[in-house]
Every structure is written in structure tokens, then in C-alpha cells.
Design a binder for this molecule. Structure first.
Ligand SMILES: [Zn+2]
Length: 144
């Protein structure tokens, strides 16, 4: 049994040699696919035929792109695509992570300067306060 798995995995490794395989973009496609699949289940239950059909088509296209990118031998092109995706996704991911950290922080309150969009942190529980933006000097009134 052990040698069977060894044979399969080495055959797979040989097959995948020189092919793109899994990268961040393919992971994102896979996650989108699964999210759509979940939506599709809900839509199926609600019997919204046209939306379900659109989701089916998008899921099919995602699956085609995923398989095609995974087995592609054009590595420079696939890496360039992946890099583009990572460059687009990283700032979004960082913003989401920062927002999550701010929500978890009960010791401070965060105010966004209306003038320059700088996020200003103040200790929580001070009551009504006026904050001067450290970047542009704009006054923010808030309740901490
Ligand atoms: Zn400001």
C-alpha cells in the first residue's frame, strides 16, 4: 500500500514537473469557487433560477481557469499573472487585518481624519474629546 502511494505521488510529481501548480492566484480562484458553490446551494434552495444559472457559468469558468493555470507550462506568464494578483490583494489584506486589530483593541478608540484620512488613536474612556490630527492639524471631535 505504501509503495502504491509512493508510485502515485511520484507519478504526480513527474506530471506536475515544469507546470505552474498552486500559487496564490489559484488559491484565490479556488476560494472564490467554494464561496460561489455555497451561494449556489443557497440559491438552489431559494429557487432563483437565473442567478443560479449565472453562478453555474461563473463557477465553470473559474474551474477552467484554475485547471488551465495549474497545468500550464508557460511559467513566466503565470508568475506575472500571480504577481499582479498579489500586488492587488496585499494592500486589501493588510487593510482588513488592520481593521480587525483595531476592532479587537478595547484600550483605544480610532478616529479617521476627515481631511487627510489618517487614522488617529486615542485612549478609550476619556469622554468627549477634540483630537488634532498629527499629520494635517485638522480638529476631530469625538467620544472615546
Ligand atoms: Zn488629517
Amino acid at each position: 500500500m505504501h509503495s502504491f502511494f509512493y508510485k502515485v505521488s511520484s507519478a504526480l510529481a513527474r506530471f506536475m514537473y515544469g507546470r505552474n501548480g498552486t500559487d496564490q492566484l489559484n488559491w484565490a480562484i479556488l476560494v472564490s469557487y467554494l464561496v460561489l458553490w455555497l451561494l449556489r446551494v443557497i440559491m438552489g434552495a431559494l429557487d432563483i433560477a437565473i442567478v443560479a444559472l449565472i453562478i453555474d457559468v461563473v463557477m465553470f469558468l473559474l474551474a477552467v481557469v484554475l485547471l488551465w493555470r495549474t497545468f500550464s507550462r508557460n511559467l513566466p506568464k503565470r508568475r506575472a499573472e500571480n504577481q499582479k494578483f498579489v500586488n492587488w490583494w496585499w494592500p486589501i489584506k493588510n487593510r482588513l487585518a488592520a481593521a480587525k486589530a483595531r476592532r479587537a483593541d478595547k484600550e483605544h478608540k480610532y478616529f479617521t481624519c476627515k481631511n487627510c484620512k489618517t487614522i488617529c488613536r486615542v485612549p478609550a474612556g476619556k469622554g468627549k474629546i477634540v483630537i488634532t490630527c498629527p499629520k494635517c492639524g485638522h480638529k476631530i471631535e469625538g467620544h472615546s
